[in-house]
Design a protein around this ligand. Structure first.
Ligand SMILES: C[S@@+](CC[C@H](N)C(=O)[O-])C[C@H]1O[C@@H](n2cnc3c(N)ncnc32)[C@H](O)[C@@H]1O
Length: 269
């Protein structure tokens, strides 16, 4: 099944396509149709061009993505195998995975924490950039998807760098703080309504080394943080609040990149 658009750009492309069809049917003036057509082509060309210009993913990552797309996630949920409705659109994918991988190289990270693993795409992409003595602790609440990911990790020479913690992420963070663990690089991609809690806990308990980085996914949440407030879902509201909390925190500096559904890079000063 074709994934539904889940990024501001994907939604924009779909809307331009619909408006173009409507304009053609309404027989509006050719110059208006040409203008909408040009806007559509400009927007629709971005993602395929990014794919074309980005280093190809490994076979293990391609297989993991394919296996995730082939899974019937609705059936897994209705059969009670997953604790919540998961969907293939949750997977970060080629461009974001390659971005995270290059960040890990640039940061020369050895200790990585991932909050929200799903089928393991981002975890495995980051693991590919880790040295042999590097490791990732990946938090995931759903045991079905954790096993799914571990079966994929077993197919990669980098899979043994990933340790999966199956529990609510805040419980795992408390356990890691208790053990005085500290990370060079953290990727947050779990429950949007807990993002502020993850961020505050990480800084309060020194889970991130000074000079270390946190990458946070979905910080544009389909445009909801900047669209009119009445169009926001609870997740959109949570992300808007998260973005404000980070912007007001002097302990960090950050940039929100319009990559996919928004990726914020935060550096602890
Ligand atoms: C968007 S997906 C992660 C995608 C993944 N990072 C990737 O690149 O493919 C979010 C995942 O977080 C998990 N999750 C949600 N709430 C959680 C929580 N409180 N603790 C741990 N995991 C959670 C979900 O089960 C889901 O698998």
């Amino acid at each position: 099944m074709k994934p539904r658009p889940i990024t501001p750009l994907g939604i924009l492309v779909q809307q331009l396509e619909e408006v173009l069809d409507m304009a053609k049917q309404a027989e509006v003036t050719p110059s208006v149709i040409a203008g909408i057509q040009q806007a559509y082509v400009l927007a629709a060309g971005i993602d395929p061009y990014l794919e074309e210009c980005t280093t190809r993913e490994s076979t293990a990552l391609a297989n993991l993505a394919q296996k995730t797309a082939a899974e019937d996630w609705s059936k897994r949920f209705s059969d009670g195998e997953t604790v919540r409705q998961l969907e293939q659109e949750m997977l970060s994918g080629h461009i974001e995975g390659q971005t995270l991988k290059l960040f890990v190289y640039m940061n020369q990270a050895k200790r990585i924490l991932e909050i929200g693993m799903f089928t393991g795409y981002s975890a495995l992409a980051m693991a590919e950039a880790l040295p042999d003595d590097g490791y990732i602790i990946a938090c995931e609440v759903d045991s079905y998807v954790a096993e799914f990911a571990q079966a994929c990790f077993a197919q990669s020479p980098h899979g043994n760098k990933i340790k999966v913690e199956v529990a609510p992420a805040l419980d795992t963070l408390a356990k890691l703080a208790q053990a005085q663990e500290c990370f060079d690089f953290i990727f947050i991609d779990a429950d949007k309504r807990e993002y502020v809690d993850y961020f505050k806990f990480i800084l309060a308990k020194d889970l991130l080394t000074p000079g270390g980085f946190i990458c946070v996914d979905n910080t544009l949440l389909q445009g909801q943080p900047y669209l009119p407030v009445e169009q926001r879902t609870p997740n959109g509201e949570a992300i808007a609040q998260f973005n404000s909390v980070v912007a007001a925190d002097d302990r960090v500096e950050q940039v929100l990149l319009p990559l996919r559904d928004g990726l914020t890079i935060i550096r602890r000063k």
